[in-house]
Design a protein around this ligand. Structure first.
Ligand code: NAD
Ligand code: TDX
Length: 345
């Protein structure tokens, strides 16, 4: 078993987003003596409501900044001995419309953070990456950390670029870095552009559920709390320079997941609407997680129970997502789905 590290002040970038905000809560819960500095640009996906319960907590500080802004990052990093970088443009469909923005945050932004970490002598840098860097995996196998990266869309290529920059800082400057590659994550506070919250909220609204292509693509769904425990373990016990797969071991066909959601909400399958496929759509991801398991991690949450709880959370928190869906989201929805020939209802 690798040595357990401890830290005093952790910078969490992208901490106002979906997984980042869940992680900030887990970090302070598990390490009550730590301080956390959340750095977030508050893009359309960043939402301070996700962290509102921490207002007034002396261990928590929020800094509104872009990770690509070197001066702001160098100021915010003073006194931090660890950095966990969740900040990213994270939606594959948006990367098809605006690849340049993804390169700016997911590659250049990572470089700016690494450079600041090097100057400040940060003890550990954790880069949050994704199973998408492997590209799609044909039936019957699982991606392992040593496999060749074959990203196939601008989002996953940018995330792979971020990883390469991290590796360069390990090898060239001896910066202590680790990487996690998480699989498709779901749970409360996920921006409703992503598959599960989109299907849930559209079903509640009685709008069509847009299924790309034949809907037979598969994803390995991971509950957000399990993703966060994996990140926390790698932060504290991961071996320098190593990457770790964090997957749910839970492959599901997209169409089946949408059908489960409709069933739970008592809605008609007539709401399912097949629309034009995503260009370059990866058909399947699957991760071998034995390396993270050897560190002591395992996913503990059952998919069908947590999907039901997540559906109930969106049903009970309509104010949270209706505010989002009435804003920038509406323009995005028209842009993305009208071009797929969807009846956007
Ligand atoms: P999200 O889109 O919900 O949140 C991203 C956060 O980053 C937002 O708060 C946003 O305001 C912030 N941000 C974006 N650009 C920024 C910039 N330039 N400077 C500072 N802050 C910026 O994303 P998420 O789903 O929570 O994903 C978090 C991380 O996990 C990402 O790195 C993503 O690639 C990775 N990941 C996500 C999944 C998933 O299924 N959602 C799976 C594996 C890995
Ligand atoms: O409207 C939709 N209809 C549909 O059929 C949407 C938004 C998605 N899909 C399909 C595409 C995928 O096969 O559902 C699946 C999941 O789609 P997304 O939620 O967009 O996730 P994905 O493309 O798999 O990427 C996610 O997992 C890896 C996250 O968004 C990434 O941030 C993460 O790195």
């Amino acid at each position: 078993m690798a040595d357990e590290r401890t830290f005093t002040r952790v910078m969490v970038t992208g901490g106002a987003g979906f997984i980042g905000s869940n992680y900030v809560h887990l970090l302070l819960e598990r390490h009550p003596d730590y301080e956390v500095v959340v750095v977030d640009k508050l893009t359309y996906a960043g939402n301070l409501a996700n962290l509102a319960d921490l207002d007034g907590d002396p261990r928590y500080r929020f800094v509104e900044a872009d990770i690509a802004d070197a001066e702001a990052i160098e100021r915010a990093m003073v006194g931090c001995d660890a950095v966990v970088n969740f900040a990213a443009d994270s939606h594959v469909d948006r990367s098809l419309h605006d690849p340049g923005g993804f390169i700016r945050t997911d590659v250049h932004g990572v470089f700016v953070l690494l450079e600041a970490a090097r100057k400040h002598g940060v003890a550990r840098f954790l880069q949050i990456s994704t199973d998408e860097v492997y590209g799609h995996f044909p039936e019957g196998g699982e991606s392992r950390e040593g496999d060749r990266l074959r990203p196939r869309n601008p989002y996953s290529a940018a995330k792979a670029g971020g990883e390469m920059m991290v590796n360069a800082y390990v090898e060239t400057y001896g910066l202590d870095c680790v990487i996690t590659r998480g699989s498709n994550t779901f749970g409360p506070y996920q921006y409703p552009e992503k598959f599960i919250p989109l299907m849930i909220t559209n079903a509640i609204e009685g709008r069509p559920l847009p299924i790309y292509g034949d809907g037979q693509q598969r994803r390995d769904w991971l509950y957000v709390r399990d993703h966060c425990t994996g990140v926390d373990l790698v932060l504290h016990r991961g071996v320098t320079g190593e990457a770790y797969n964090i997957g749910g071991g839970n492959e599901q066909v997209n169409l089946d997941v949408a059908t489960l959601i409709l069933d739970r909400l008592g809605k008609s399958p007539d709401l399912l609407q097949h629309v034009g496929d995503r260009p370059g759509h990866d058909r399947r991801y699957a991760l071998d997680t034995s390396k993270a398991e050897a560190l002591g991690w395992e996913p503990r949450h059952d998919f069908s129970i947590m999907l039901a709880e997540t559906i109930d959370w969106y049903a009970a928190n309509e104010g949270w997502w209706r505010t989002i869906k009435s804003g920038e989201f509406a323009e995005w929805y028209d842009r993305n789905y009208a071009t797929r020939g969807a009846h956007i209802g």
